[in-house]
Unconditional design. Structure first.
Length: 407
């Protein structure tokens, strides 16, 4: 075996530049494949991060203004959601996972506790809201249906509120004041939506309507699709708008009557784009690898041509065809493996450096690559390199010893 490696090494030393250029093309192919796939995964992570705040399979509906006449009613009618509309959806809508309503009260509310005060936002919600908003309860509990039915003055506070008012004190069971109204703290939550979503108190929907003197007012309703299927989300969206159309009296085709945000729609657009980019960059990397493998085949063909006399002598003194083929194939595999491995190390090293210093680059977040895919690519590259060496090896064993010596 050492003899074969020595012969390969001697062949490489005799053609340093040619081997270096060929090896570089193989290494560059693997390097590009690693980097491009990592960027593709980073883009995917970035898109998922942008949608981390709300459930991807959720549909958000807000009332708008009519723009199409309906049953004798004119245009420019401002629509409103009420508790009865929400109850109607809960009774009539089929095939949903979670359904909730929200009362928005933007702007800082004066919150006080134990002599300390600060401004935080308040939001009225129903129990299922925590699942639509991807709210994680880290202490206590969330709002339940009894809280809503009995208009209880209870609040679930964000982690920044806990940190500001309570420090190491357990907030559960304490009472805080919001704009002069006292609420019992029943839970603490965190939200992936960032600081704005966390600097907030969630109170029962009906309590918020009374506290802010807007009885029977709902600003937004949300529903989620149980199986996360895009087609199912469109069916559910049509069902929701159909029920609200007959109840609020507007044309279902009126795009301004309701403001509908289908998160699945938005996510799918980005996800399809990222999937296309992944396939595209994979194709580019694959073509670069193929170019490198073709280069290996070319250099071996030239090597066989230049070593015609040598192979003729080997055959003349009794070398078997298998030994000549083995020599050529070993050289092919050696060049492709070493070059590919160096390209892999360079690519992984670059991605590691980027992750260490720039893990979050806007839409590209935590770029990484599945090592098993790259390992499989390297193994395929080596196998392809061996196949590429078959033609030169076949030519080598077909060399006529007498003709080779004469030439």
């Amino acid at each position: 075996m050492m003899g074969i490696f020595n012969e390969i090494w001697q062949s490489i030393r005799q053609h340093k530049l040619r081997t270096a250029i060929t090896g570089f093309s193989v290494a560059w192919g693997i390097f590009l494949l690693v980097v491009l796939l990592s960027v593709g995964n980073g883009l995917g992570n970035g898109v998922r991060n942008e949608f981390r705040d709300d459930a991807i399979n959720s549909i958000w509906i807000s009332p708008g203004t009519t723009s199409i006449p309906y049953r004798g009613l004119g245009i420019n009618r401002t629509l409103h959601f009420t508790n009865d509309d929400y109850g109607h959806l809960r009774q009539q809508l089929m095939g949903y996972e979670y359904l909730c309503a929200r009362f928005d009260n933007w702007g800082a509310q004066y919150v006080t506790y134990a002599g300390k005060s600060a401004g935080f936002s308040t939001r009225g919600a129903t129990p299922d809201y925590r699942y639509v908003e991807n709210t994680q309860i880290i202490a206590g509990r969330y709002i339940n249906q009894t809280d809503v039915d009995e208009h209880r003055k209870v609040a679930v506070i964000g982690k920044p509120i806990q940190d500001f008012f309570f420090a190491d004190e357990d907030p559960l069971g304490t009472y805080i004041s919001v704009q002069g109204i006292t609420y019992k703290v029943i839970g603490v939550f965190t939200d992936d939506g960032g600081d704005r979503e966390n600097r907030m108190l969630h109170i029962p929907l009906t309590t918020a309507q009374i506290a802010y003197n807007q009885p029977n007012t709902i600003h937004r309703m949300m529903v989620t699709v149980p199986n996360g299927d895009h087609a199912a989300s469109k069916v559910l969206e049509m069902a929701v708008t159909g029920l609200l159309s007959s109840r609020l009296l507007f044309d279902q085709k009126d795009l301004r009557a309701l403001h509908v945000r289908n998160n699945f729609d938005e996510f799918k657009k980005f996800d399809d784009l990222i999937t296309f980019l992944k396939y595209f960059v994979g194709f580019v990397g694959l073509m670069t690898l193929i170019a490198g493998v073709v280069g290996v085949g070319n250099i071996l063909l030239i090597t066989v041509k230049e070593r015609t006399k040598e192979f003729g002598i080997r055959r003349a003194i009794g070398a078997s065809p298998a030994s000549v083929i083995g020599l050529i194939l070993f050289e092919s595999v050696f060049i492709t493996f070493i070059s590919g491995y160096l390209g892999l190390l360079a690519g992984m090293g670059l991605i590691g450096m980027v992750n260490a210093k720039f893990a979050d680059m806007g839409f590209i977040k935590n770029p990484d690559v599945d090592l098993s895919i790259i390992t499989a690519a390297l193994a395929t590259l080596v196998f392809t390199g061996a196949l590429t060496g078959l033609l030169p090896a076949y030519r080598a064993v077909k060399v006529n010893p007498i003709e080779a010596l004469r030439n």
